[in-house]
Design a protein around this ligand. Structure first.
Ligand SMILES: [Zn+2]
Length: 481
């Protein structure tokens, strides 16, 4: 069938189809025809070869379509007024801009305007298309940033995206730059939210939020950044359902866990709790008498000392010592004072089993009966006793269980592994502090409850990418040493 024949039989008759569409269709058909003339495409026999070549052809067709549609959208841009003096600006010239996108590589021609009075120059089409300074399109930047944040290394991320999109030109370097730069935008946005929430702290909300219980787990893990191992603080916030459901393993009713959201910071405890407060709000919680926070931690003072950061406007915060950490302390004492044999094992096992039903008092009673023989044993026992005394009020496990709350959590530890361990602690990874923070911030967004990543992208972060000079790519890129 001839090209014109194709046009006559399509749904919109050739007569009513606008001229630019007819031209576009002819251009695409011409490209397709010349691709079919190419022996390499038609002579391929194995399906893998055929598929890869067709996908590359799609990228050439996609480039033509994308460029045409983008240019048509920009043709409707009104003549801009000078940002300096307000006068209508004049077209200075037409300039092509080479872009690499998910649909192909193309050159966009757009008008550059200048002001005769003050010499200002603008390109309205670039703003319309939400292009930043980069050669990558917004869509490809999103794909690279997401892959760079989610996949274990920049090399593997660029390899995977290249494979999926059949692009040979992607490099680990451009993936690293895109991920870190967009991570820097995410981090900057978080800091702005923190500053804004400081100002709004005392302002009352317009609406009454629904009653909501949010579980918050806080812990720290190590990351090699800026030449040494540093603490990366990690938090997870999970809203709990209102109706308890049976939990098979322990045969008790538990409030179901909602979708988790995360944050991570290589920073001091106060700054981190500011970050956490913003996260908890984003996770759907508003402070007030109906809100109830359950703060689960490992017993670290830095966590409990800052529970007040989360207590705002009569919000109730219940502090819970993670049952598994409490059990680890029991086992430490058992092995040091009673040995790793049967005696130590039985003592530890009995206490650990009894803790959910009896709370912390039973541990303190058992510790009081122990008779240390060495100085080291005495010191350890003293330390453990203080630990359980300090945390006694946070070990009311029978009450927590009755409410359907978790007693401890895998979720805190799995959050450390998920957010930091799997991405920033692959063998040989050495980061700059800024590079690690940017990637952690972006990864936390990518893995948080549906909506956070979407909201971030809706704000066109690619237009606010910081200049590359301020980034610290070289150190962060050494994924494998
Ligand atoms: Zn002007």
């Amino acid at each position: 069938m001839s090209v014109s024949g194709c046009l006559e039989t399509d749904k919109v008759g050739a007569a009513e189809r606008p001229g630019w569409q007819v031209e576009l269709i002819e251009e695409v058909i011409h490209l397709l025809a010349s691709a079919l003339d190419d022996r390499e495409l038609t002579a391929a026999t194995d399906l893998y070869e055929i598929e890869c070549r067709v996908q590359k052809l799609f990228r050439r067709l996609g480039a033509v379509l994308t460029a045409k549609l983008a240019q048509r959208a920009a043709a409707g841009c009104p003549r801009p007024c000078c940002p300096g003096c307000g006068q209508l600006m004049q077209v200075r010239n037409q300039r092509g801009r080479h872009l690499v996108g998910t649909t192909g590589e193309f050159i966009l021609h757009r008008s550059e305007y200048s002001c005769r009075q003050c010499g200002e120059a603008v390109v309205p089409a670039d703003e319309l298309w939400q292009l930043g300074r980069e050669q990558l399109t917004p869509a490809l930047q999103q794909v690279l940033a997401r892959a760079g944040a989610e996949i274990a290394s920049f090399e593997r991320a660029s390899e995977l995206v290249g494979l999926i999109l059949q692009m040979d030109s992607l490099t680990a370097d451009s993936t690293a730059r895109t991920t870190e730069a967009l991570g820097a935008v995410a981090e900057q946005q978080t800091q702005q939210s923190i500053a804004a929430s400081e100002q709004a702290r005392e302002a009352p909300d317009d609406h009454d939020p629904a009653a909501l219980t949010v579980l918050i787990g806080v812990d720290a893990t190590k990351v090699h950044a800026g030449g040494c191992w540093r603490d990366a603080k990690i938090a997870v916030a999970v809203p709990l359902g209102a109706e308890p459901v049976p939990c098979g393993k322990h045969d008790r009713l538990r409030l179901p866990l909602g979708q988790a959201s995360y944050c991570a910071g290589i920073e001091g405890a106060d700054a981190f709790f500011d970050r956490l407060r913003v996260l908890v709000r984003q996770a759907g919680w508003q402070p007030g008498p109906q809100a109830h926070l359950l703060l689960i931690g490992d017993g670290g003072e830095w966590i409990w000392n800052r529970a007040d950061h989360l207590r705002q406007r009569q919000t109730e915060v219940t502090e819970i010592l993670d049952l598994y950490h409490a059990r680890e302390h029991v086992w430490e004492v058992a092995h040091a004072l009673l040995g790793t044999g049967v005696a130590g094992h039985q003592w530890g096992e009995q206490l650990c089993e009894a803790m959910p039903a009896k709370g912390g008092a039973i541990v303190l009673a058992a510790l009081a009966k122990l008779r240390p023989r060495t100085k080291a044993q005495r010191e350890l026992l003293q330390k453990a006793t203080e630990y359980f005394q300090t945390n006694l009020a946070r070990m009311d496990y029978p009450h927590y269980a009755q409410q359907g709350w978790p007693l401890g959590s895998g979720i805190v530890e799995s959050a450390c592994r998920l957010i930091c361990g799997l991405r920033c602690k692959q063998p040989g990874m050495r980061w700059s502090v800024g590079g690690a923070q940017n990637v952690l911030s972006l990864r936390a967004l990518a893995l948080s409850a549906a909506g956070l990543w979407h909201n971030f992208w809706a704000g066109h972060p690619q237009t606010r990418r910081p200049a590359l000079a301020s980034l610290t790519i070289p150190q962060a890129r050494h994924d494998a040493a």
